[in-house]
Ligand binder design. Structure first.
Ligand SMILES: [Zn+2]
Length: 183
């Protein structure tokens, strides 16, 4: 650390980023990890934007969750968007790419029920799991799509959850299709 005070412009940019993240629904722990703003200031900012105190409690921290059927489809879609943005904007900052990728992902799933679409805090934990190399992508041998798997899990002959849904999900899908036909 230097004795020089922090540049006002840098602080201003961090406040802008924090506002974007909070407005997108990010938990305080997420914002705190991504910007250099003191916790009391962040809590004030959160209250001003959301009209209430930030929720307490731990973040969802399980790689397993991302391997379950529906979350895996959603998370794989988000991560595909994020990687494409990274390739197209190699000089952009990670946090900017993350925010843009999340906004694009939400546009893509705007017709999904709110309980299915992933919140920004979930998606942020997903990114951290990739960065800590706990999760990886595998290519489906049937559809060539890329899906999230555990790092080091055997991926020869990998078949994704769309090509081979688990039996319960299959039933749900069939029922959903039937419901659509009936209406
Ligand atoms: Zn597939």
């Amino acid at each position: 650390m230097t004795d020089q005070p922090r540049r006002l412009l840098d602080e201003y940019r961090d406040v802008q980023k924090a506002i974007e993240l909070i407005n997108l629904g990010a938990r305080l722990q997420v914002v705190e990890s991504e910007v250099l703003i003191s916790r009391p200031k962040l809590i004030r900012l959160y209250k001003e934007l959301q009209g209430q105190s930030p929720p307490k409690g731990l973040l969802p921290f399980s790689t397993e969750w991302f391997l379950t059927w529906q979350p895996n489809m959603q998370a794989s879609l988000f991560y595909g968007i994020f990687q494409q943005m990274q390739r197209e904007n190699p000089t952009s900052e990670r946090l900017d790419l993350f925010i843009s990728a999340y906004q694009l992902y939400r546009e893509q799933v705007q017709h999904c029920p709110e309980s299915v679409a992933l919140g920004i805090t979930r998606v942020w934990t997903l990114l951290r799991f990739f960065e800590s190399k706990q999760l990886d992508l595998a290519v489906c041998t049937r559809c060539d799509g890329r899906f999230i798997v555990h790092t080091h899990s055997p991926v020869k002959q990998f078949v994704c959850g769309i090509c081979q849904p688990p039996s319960r999900a299959g039933k749900r899908l069939k029922k959903a299709n039937k419901d659509v036909e009936l209406t």
